[in-house]
Structure formats: C-alpha cells, structure tokens
Ligand binder design. Structure first.
Ligand code: C2E
Ligand code: MG
Ligand code: MG
Ligand code: MG
Length: 287
C-alpha cells in the first residue's frame, strides 16, 4: 500500500504548480527576449583608493530595463537565469559590454581604470570561459590585468578542485580574481592560502556595523590584516558613511565601494562624474 502511495505521489498534480511552472516558462522566455532585444544594461559603481581618494576602477552591475516593469535589479532575475542556463549567454553579454566600455575609457586616456565583473558559478566553471575572455580582451586590445573577475567564495568551496584549476588558468592568462561577499560563506580563512586570488571584497554585512559594533570592527580589521599577510588587495563593499570610510582607512583597507561615494550609475552619469570630480574624492564629500 505504501509503495502505491508514493508512486501516486510522482504524478501528484496541483493547479498552483502548473501556474508557477507556466510563470517560470514565461519569464524564461522574457529573459531570452530581453537578451535578444538588448534590454540589459550595465551600471557602474566607483571604487576609490583609500590612500589617494582617487577612483581606480568600477564594478559593473547588471540591470534589466524592462519595457513594462521598468528597471529590474539582478536579485530578481539572476537566479532564474542560473536555473535556465541563460546565465552563460547573459554573462557573455556582460563580458562584451564591460570590455567595450573599458576600451572607451582607456582610449580617453584613463588607462589606469580597472573594471570588475561578476561571474556566476556555472559560467565561471564552464569549459569555454577562458578562451572567450581571452578572445574578447585580445580583439579589443585590453590588458587582461584591467578586467577583474569576481566570484563568490562558495564557488571556491563547493567545487574546490575545479574552481582552483580554473582560477589558476585565468590567473596565468593575466586576469585578476576577486572573492566577492567575503566572510559570508561557510569557509574558514585557511582555504585562501592555496588559491590564486588577488583581491577580497569584504561583505557589506560586516561593514555596515563597524562604527557601532566592536565585533564587526574587529572582524573587518582581522580580514584586512589577513589580506596584508597574504598579499591580497582588500576592498570594502557597501560603505555608506564618512565614519565607516575613516575607520576603514585607519584599518589599512586598500579600496572602498559604496553609496557614500556613489551608487551604481549608468555610463553617461559616470562619465560626468569622472569629469566633474576629476576622478577623485575629497574628505568633505557627502552622498
Ligand atoms: P555584489 O556583486 O556583491 O554587488 C554589490 C551590491 O551591493 C550591488 O547590488 C550594489 O548596488 C550594492 N551596493 C553597493 N554599495 C552599496 C551601499 O553602500 N549600500 C547598499 N545598501 N548597497 C550597496 P546590485 O547591483 O543589486 O547587485 C546585487 C548582486 O547581483 C551582486 O552583488 C551580484 O552578486 C549580482 N550581480 C550583479 N550584476 C551581475 C552580473 O552582471 N552577473 C552576475 N552573475 N551577477 C550579477
Ligand atoms: Mg560583486
Ligand atoms: Mg559583493
Ligand atoms: Mg553582495
């Protein structure tokens, strides 16, 4: 009787399931359509050097400019893109678009600027990523050193060997690797010692409390120290106040990214900002 019951469960059906499957299918089609109709857009958020106050680069963050629903943030479609396999196509679009923009800035005499892009785990581990990156940078005449590849730390843990090999491969080609959302994964610091990474981005969940919470401050200070010891660049994410910036400078953090300087902006506003500020921020800057 039991067996029968479970067999029956396989064919178990509810109208609500049908509805959600249909919705997924529809939005997958929309996602593909969005890609075909070039509705995706990269916004750019400045990264500022703690020592000089100068903009040293940007992080590219994807948005979906939907004709009916307006600007859709990545949290609302990246998961779907990952589960449908479209993430590779979207990721390749991001790579192309980011490199084209970097080429423009470099051609305007801002050769010092770097650009960071976010790569999904599936795309990061996919077979042709290194060849694709190399082909895109070479045909644009962009040095791989100026395109920083961000991946979250769980990639490095869940598929340890594959991830390490892939990182080494990309490193050998000259692409810097950055560990995004550092501190939020279920890793210990130990795993960092054998990874060919250049940068760690300290997650906002620690940064947002450093001026109020001594434990958060201690954690961030420890991560910055670790970065120094392992010769890694440290970037603080989500800096919103002057107090936080001052503390991070005091801790010896290398670079800062956050609303305190600028939220992510479309490229025309970034160009304006580069012109106005001359690419640097002074101490009295407010959001
Ligand atoms: P992330 O890579 O950790 O990006 C940082 C997120 O924090 C961005 O959200 C950014 O807008 C936000 N942020 C920056 N400064 C501040 C601040 O001072 N305060 C607060 N409250 N937030 C701040 P966004 O753009 O919504 O992106 C969310 C996530 O979506 C990203 O997290 C990244 O994991 C993913 N993502 C974005 N673009 C792409 C992409 O092109 N490809 C892939 N695979 N994932 C992407
Ligand atoms: Mg990122
Ligand atoms: Mg992050
Ligand atoms: Mg994050």
């Amino acid at each position: 009787a039991r067996k029968q019951k479970s067999r029956k469960a396989i064919g178990f059906y509810q109208p609500s399931m049908h509805k959600s499957m249909k919705e997924n299918l529809l939005s997958e089609m929309n996602l593909q359509k969005g890609l075909d109709l070039k509705q995706f857009q990269l916004f750019y958020q400045p990264q500022v050097c703690c020592k000089t106050g100068e903009i040293e680069g940007f992080e590219a963050l994807i948005r979906w400019q939907h004709p009916e629903r307006g600007l859709i943030p990545p949290i609302n479609f990246i998961n779907l893109a990952e589960s449908t396999g479209l993430i590779k196509l979207i990721g390749e679009w991001v790579i192309q678009e980011a490199i084209a923009q970097l080429k423009k800035w470099h051609a305007e005499g801002k050769e010092h600027l770097s650009l960071s892009i976010n790569l999904s785990p599936v795309h990061f581990l996919s077979a042709n990523l290194p060849a694709y990156l190399l082909q895109c940078t070479q045909s644009a005449g962009i040095a791989p050193q100026s395109l920083i590849l961000e991946i979250t730390e769980n990639v490095a843990i869940e598929d340890r060997d594959a991830a390490r090999n892939r990182m080494a491969e990309l490193r050998a080609m000259g692409f810097p690797i950055s560990i995004d959302d550092f501190g939020t994964g279920y890793s210990s610091f130990a795993y960092l010692q054998n990874l060919p990474v250049q940068q760690i981005k300290i997650d906002r969940q620690f940064i947002r409390h450093i001026s109020k919470n001594e434990n958060s401050a201690a954690i961030v200070q420890t991560i910055v120290q670790l970065g120094k010891t392992l010769n890694l660049q440290t970037v603080a994410e989500g800096v919103e106040t002057k107090k936080e910036w001052d503390l991070l400078k005091q801790f010896g953090c290398d670079s800062i990214q956050g609303f305190y300087f600028s939220k992510p902006l479309p490229v025309n506003e970034i160009d304006q900002l580069l012109q106005n500020a001359g690419g640097s921020y002074n101490e009295n800057q407010s959001t």
